[in-house]
Design a protein around this ligand. Structure first.
Ligand code: NAP
Ligand code: ZN
Length: 348
């Protein structure tokens, strides 16, 4: 067992504070990783505050982890001590169901084991995430990180990156498509970068007028303020795809109307309460809504390699862990440019 320093929530209503615990000794297939950076996802806030139900406390959040291997079990093949490594949203799954066998571990029939706020398959111990000095993970759920990109900008790729890359690839976004990205936060800014990089014409759909210049810098060709009725009217029947990343309560209807015939809204944002889906907004133009959860290990590696090749990283504000509660408050107000990343050196 090895002593680990962390920040944890003790209940849905208490601020995060220092917390010490022990990580297991690495088994034959495990790697031990000294964590360097951990991104701050809006899912951390939803789970810390128990907005989705079933949260386990104490909770050490964090599923956008990059670090360096400090020890590797006897059967580990992919890594050696000193290598860079990444860990995303899950650390285990059944490995035998059809989904696991086809690289869709996030949809494991027995349920993936979340990097935090989950339970280990054999011991039933709660899992603790990346707001901590180290983590021990089966190498099969650990990603290779190229050395050429700034690591603080790579950390958010492990969730915000793959969550947007995967559905854009699944629906085949490319040249000739008009893509709307709804919500310019951690996921939204990665969605803009990927959709533009895949050759689509990208429109940022945002509730924040102050983000227009940034949206264009990130690669959006157009910016539309969602509160502006005339702008929204002008965009009716316009998009092939809308990637919906909004974290707060909102109606789907007005955005479905922006899709052309056979257009698809891809839902990745998970507001705490359900959104209504008006039948008319769907049937009038044979529109559809699909959902998507992060991505499997193989595709996450493909995304990381794509980013290393195309120089794509997240735009980040690096913070010491002591500022985490303030960062949460800013994210809830939509005030993040565009991902907070914790420098784990601040925990040591
Ligand atoms: P974030 O950085 O906080 O960004 C969310 C953005 O949503 C905000 O920046 C804001 O953009 C917009 N927004 C916030 N409140 C709004 C409101 N009341 N009305 C309209 N727009 C609003 O969050 P994130 O980390 O990108 O996560 C976004 C959502 O995706 C969360 O619900 C998270 O849990 C979920 N998520 C899902 C997956 C998955 O696998 N499906 C993975 C990770 C995260 P504007 O200022 O531009 O309007
Ligand atoms: Zn996340």
């Amino acid at each position: 067992m090895s002593a680990t320093k962390a920040y944890a929530a003790q209940s849905p209503t208490t601020p995060l504070s220092p917390f010490n615990f022990e990580r297991r000794e690495p088994g034959p297939h495990d790697v031990q990783i000294e964590i360097l950076y951990c991104g701050v996802c809006h899912s951390d806030i939803h789970q810390v505050r128990d907005e989705w139900g079933g949260s386990i406390y104490p909770m050490v959040p964090g599923h956008e982890i990059v670090g360096r291997i400090t020890s590797a079990g006897a059967h580990v093949k992919k890594f050696k001590v000193g290598d860079l490594a990444g860990v995303g949203c899950f650390v285990d799954s059944c490995k035998t169901c059809t989904n696991c066998r086809s690289g869709l571990e996030q949809y494991c029939d027995e349920g993936m084991v979340g990097t935090y706020n989950g339970r280990e398959r054999i011991t039933n111990h709660p899992t603790y995430g990346g707001y901590s000095t180290q983590i021990v993970v089966d190498e099969q759920y650990t990603l290779k990180i190229a050395p050429n990109l700034p690591l603080e900008g790579v950390a958010p790729l492990l969730c915000a990156g793959i969550t947007t890359y995967s559905p854009l690839r699944y629906v085949g976004v490319g040249k000739g498509h008009r893509v709307g990205v709804l919500g310019l936060g951690g996921l939204g800014h990665m969605a803009v970068k990927f959709a533009a990089s895949f050759g689509a014409e990208v429109t940022m759909l945002s509730s924040s007028p102050s983000k227009e210049a940034d949206a264009k810098k990130l690669g959006a060709h157009h910016f539309a303020l969602t509160s502006d009725k005339a702008t929204m009217k002008g965009l009716q029947n316009h998009f092939d795809f809308i990637l919906n990343t909004v974290s707060a309560q909102h109606e789907y209807g007005p955005y479905l109307d922006l899709l052309r015939t056979n257009g698809t809204m891809i839902v990745v944002g998970v507001p705490p309460s359900p959104s209504k889906v008006p039948a008319f907004n769907l049937i009038m133009k044979r529109r559809s809504i699909i959902g998507s959860l992060i991505g499997g290990i193989k595709e996450t590696q493909e995304m990381l390699d794509y980013c290393a090749e195309h120089d794509i990283v997240s735009d980040v504000e690096v913070i010491p862990v002591q500022q985490i509660n303030e960062a949460y408050e800013r994210m809830i107000k939509g005030d993040v440019r565009y991902r907070f990343v914790i420098d784990i050196a601040s925990l040591k």
